[in-house]
Each structure stands twice: as C-alpha cells, then as structure tokens.
Design a protein around this ligand. Structure first.
Ligand code: NAP
Length: 283
C-alpha cells in the first residue's frame, strides 16, 4: 500500500486525513494518508531521509511550522513555490522531491465557488505568514488592484513586500485603530480566533467606521464561524470561511500525486458536508 503524510506540529484536530482518505477510497487508490507529528527541525530532517528511502511513499503535505523549512530538502520547486517561498505539497518522483503550493489554488477556487470577484478590488490582508503569501499570490493572479498587508510583527510583513512589489502596501497594525481606510474585501490569514481561542478576533469590524466591505473572509475553518465572521455578519457583510480552501487544496494535492484522476464536484460537495459536520462537533 502506498503512503502519504501530513507533517507539522499539533495535528490532533486536523481533518486532512479524513479528506484525503475519503478521496483515495472513493477513487479506489491503494494508499493511506496519515498524520506525522514532527517536534523540531531535526525530526523534519529525519522524516525527509525516511521518505527518500521508503519506496511506498508517494508524497506528503506540510503544515505549520514547516512550509518554508521544507524547501531546503527539496530537489525542485514549482514556479509558484519559487514566488511564494513556501510549499504545502511534496511529490516523490524518480527519487526526487518536488515541491508545490496548492494553498493558493485552494484559496482561488474557494473564492470562485463563493462567487467573489477580486478583480480591481482594494483588499486588506491580516497576517503575513505562509498562508498569507499563498493568498496574496492568489489575489495577485486573480487581478486584485491593491493589496494592503498588516501584521503583528511589522518586519515580517515588510519582508514579503518584494515578492509582489507592484501591488502590495504594508501598513503598521496600529493604523487599523487610527484610520478608517476603505477596503472592498478583508481577509484574515492569521491564526487569531482559531480553536480553542475562539473569542479572539484579528480585526475590530464592529467599530470599523469606513463604508463596510462587500466581503470578509477568514481562512480559519475551526470554528466554521469565527468571532471575526460573526461580527461581520451582524453588520450585514457577506462572509466565507477556510473550509473550501482546505478541501480544494487537498484535491489539487491529490491531482499532483496521482496525475490524471477525476475528483468530481459531487464528491467535493460530499466531503465539504462531512467536514462541516466534523468541525461542528469539535467546536
Ligand atoms: P504562520 O506562517 O505561522 O503565520 C501565522 C500568522 O498569524 C502570522 O502573520 C502571525 O503574526 C499571526 N499571528 C499569530 N498569532 C497572533 C496573535 N496572537 N496576534 C496577532 N497575529 C498573530 O501560519 P500560516 O501557515 O500562515 O497559517 C495561519 C492560519 O491560516 C492558521 O490558522 C491556519 O490554520 C490557517 N490556514 C488555513 C488554510 C486553509 O486551507 N483554510 C491553509 C493554510 C493555513 P507574526 O508574524 O507577528 O507572528
């Protein structure tokens, strides 16, 4: 039986094994996907050595905090990974480790699914970690007009400016309280508000004085409705959570590992429904 893994820290509540194993069994692929907790960088190195030796390993996904660290162990990176400087998917091919990023595609497909057009829009992105870079790349590819990025650690946001210089502006986090700039869309890519700290919000949308955005997106999917989204809904703003992004990035990873497979929209809808039920139980 072929093997696939999710590597990262704190994977206990991850629903990725459910999503991937459902796809594998529905498509009749003889493979199993499991979590592989790695406590530190040394363990990451050992994991990569194991993967190179084990002929049954097809590939793996990467989550917090190794999406950037993994690149030094890969033999080749896709064009997207070169720009985003982070990978969430690795495929083993002819003994080589090839790095891909499907987060940005998951993000893009989720927006298309929700029916939000970012073309020519002014967008505020909260956070500048690995997921932020993938989202910003997606926004860039979809034709956003201006992207404002703010982050708790200003220097980290500054460091991504060069990746997308022409449309990216970095603003200090204090400015969010001081000035009411108008944005068409606000996207949270930080982990603020994620289970179990569900009372927290990354942005005071309740007291946001400028004319309200048309859409607010939180890429967190646990809980399905973060405090940020709840407060936005009270103001009548259309919202979206990160579950679709999660499922679509998984679908894209499966296509990379097992080229030529057809994952139908019916199967995707079924997975989304089951994931919603699973997350609601954890909340
Ligand atoms: P990351 O690289 O570790 O970045 C975390 C980001 O959150 C940084 O910008 C960090 O700011 C900010 N942050 C963390 N704690 C904070 C706090 N207490 N106050 C203010 N800012 C804080 O992680 P990531 O990979 O980008 O993931 C971020 C979130 O996205 C996670 O919740 C993850 O589950 C979610 N995600 C969802 C999907 C999906 O498919 N839906 C995919 C990927 C990630 P500093 O730079 O100041 O530390």
């Amino acid at each position: 039986m072929k093997k696939l893994f999710l590597i990262g820290k704190s994977l206990k509540h991850s629903i990725s094994p459910f999503i991937h194993n459902k796809i594998l069994s529905e498509l009749g692929i003889d493979a199993v996907y499991s979590n592989f907790e790695l406590s530190d960088f040394v363990k990451l190195k050992e994991f990569v050595e194991m993967v190179r030796k084990d002929k049954d390993v097809v590939g793996f996904n990467i989550t917090i905090p190794y999406k950037e660290d993994i690149l030094e162990f890969c033999d080749e990176v896709s064009e997207d990974v070169r720009i985003i400087e982070a990978a969430n998917t690795v495929k083993k091919e002819n003994g080589k480790l090839l790095a891909y990023n499907t987060d940005w595609i998951g993000f893009k497909k989720s927006l298309e699914d929700i029916g939000v057009d970012v073309k020519d829009k002014k967008i505020l992105v909260l956070g500048s970690g690995g997921a932020a870079k993938a989202c910003i790349y997606g926004l860039y590819r979809m034709g956003a007009k201006e992207i404002f990025v703010t982050n708790r650690t200003y220097e980290k946001a500054e460091s991504i400016k060069d990746l997308f210089e022409d449309i990216l502006k970095i603003i200090p986090v204090e400015w969010l309280k001081k000035y009411d700039f108008k944005y068409d869309i606000i996207i949270n890519t930080t982990s603020v508000g994620m289970f179990p700290n569900i009372e927290n919000s990354p942005f005071d949308i309740e007291n946001y004085g400028a004319s309200i955005p048309v859409f607010v997106y939180d890429i967190i999917y646990n809980p399905l409705k973060t405090t940020f989204l709840k407060e936005a809904e009270i103001k009548g703003i259309k919202t979206g959570n990160g579950l679709k992004m999660l499922v679509y990035q998984a679908v894209e990873a499966e296509k990379i590992w097992f080229g030529g497979i057809d994952i139908t929209s019916n199967l995707i809808a079924e997975i989304l429904n089951e994931c919603e039920r699973k997350v609601a139980k954890v909340e």
